[in-house]
Design a protein around this ligand. Structure first.
Ligand code: SF4
Ligand code: SF4
Ligand code: SF4
Length: 333
């Protein structure tokens, strides 16, 4: 049956599925989505095929929410196809916006990633050390798997993106707000804008009190129970809320967990990891050597920051595809 409603699509590339869960989490508001849109493509919910998308005129899909990073040639092919078929193309979630968790693999070569995933992680039982290739012979014929791209890409690194909706995943309330805004016919933000978020820090939404004290050293969540109501970073927990874009209503600190930065850096021009690190350095007490002895000052800072177990995975958890350290993957290759 044909419909006059604008078409809505949602696609997952290198994705965990959490972005789809976030959409499902809007509960009965999904009826509003149905009232305003023809939700016609979403591989985890609907049986629309790629050939159905290929058959559409270019620009026929009004809005596509594309989640997941680009890890394989198939991801890239679908991003290119959906970009062409969509009027508004949104990088939905941290993986599409900045590479997200999948882009952490950019610090390693592909062979290294495959060896780890299929042979050496403790939960793997693979005595023959079988690693998937791009073709596989089975009784019914030859199967093909899409090849890995050399490095994981954020969506905008491959195709033009109209808007970016950050978050891992984007908060359901923000999804509802964006859907209602688009459905209302209100003017759209300028192309390239971040949507479903604020331009203020998570700290501005956080109910925890800052007492302007310095932490003696940084600790991880399992090392202590936070005191209720008091800023986590002042208690030593590695919370990057002050350098992270708001919009989640400080979801994690409100639930006693430090912000890990999934809404991305407030300052688009800066290196997100370097910004977060600089913020945290300013939050720890380097000891009594301040202003007296540079060697002792650095030793104090080093000790205070020694609790950061995985600096790359901590400070670039969501952004490794587009930071100054991103090209490390090329060296590894
Ligand atoms: S942004 Fe987060 S929830 Fe969405 S696909 Fe990536 S890892 Fe999953
Ligand atoms: S640093 Fe973290 S805990 Fe402290 S106010 Fe900011 S978001 Fe809240
Ligand atoms: S508090 Fe930080 S990590 Fe948690 S949802 Fe908000 S931006 Fe993401």
């Amino acid at each position: 049956m044909t419909t006059q409603k604008p078409k809505l699509a949602m696609y997952w590339a290198a994705s965990c599925g959490g972005c789809e869960v976030s959409l499902a989490n809007i509960h009965e508001a999904i009826l509003e989505v149905d009232a305003h849109f023809d939700f016609m493509f979403c591989p985890c919910l609907l049986d629309t095929k790629k050939k159905d998308i290929e058959a559409l005129p270019d620009g026929d899909i009004f809005l596509t929410l594309f989640n997941g990073a680009l890890r394989t040639e198939e991801n890239l092919e679908m991003a290119t196809l959906l970009r062409r078929k969509s009027r508004l193309f949104v990088a939905f979630g941290s993986c599409a916006a900045t590479g997200g968790i999948p882009a952490l693999a950019n610090h390693h070569g592909i062979a290294d990633v495959l060896e780890t995933a299929f042979c050496s992680v403790p939960s793997i039982d693979n005595p023959e050390r079988l690693i998937p290739g791009t073709t596989c012979q089975v009784p019914d014929g030859e199967l093909e798997l899409p090849a890995f791209l050399t490095r994981v890409l954020a969506l905008h690194e491959a195709v033009p993106v109209d808007y970016t909706m950050p978050g891992c995943p984007p908060e359901s309330e923000q999804i509802i707000a964006v859907v209602r805004h688009v459905a209302s016919g209100a003017p759209l933000p300028p192309s390239g804008a971040q949507i479903g978020c604020t331009d203020r820090a998570v700290c501005d939404e956080c109910p925890r009190e800052k007492r302007t004290t310095l932490a003696s050293r940084l600790i991880r969540p399992f090392e202590a129970l936070p005191e209720p109501g008091w800023c986590l970073v002042e208690q030593g927990f590695l919370c990057v809320g002050s350098s992270t874009r708001g919009g989640c209503v400080a979801l994690c600190p409100t639930a006693n967990m430090p912000c890990t930065g999934c809404y991305g850096s407030l300052d688009q021009s800066a290196d997100p990891g370097a910004t977060a690190l600089a913020t945290l350095v300013a939050a720890v007490d380097p000891g009594s050597a301040v202003g007296v002895d540079e060697t002792a000052l650095l030793a104090g800072l080093k000790d205070a920051l020694s609790g950061v177990a995985d600096p790359l995975g901590t400070f670039y958890r969501y952004s490794l595809s587009e930071t100054v350290v991103a090209d490390r993957a090329k060296e590894v290759e």
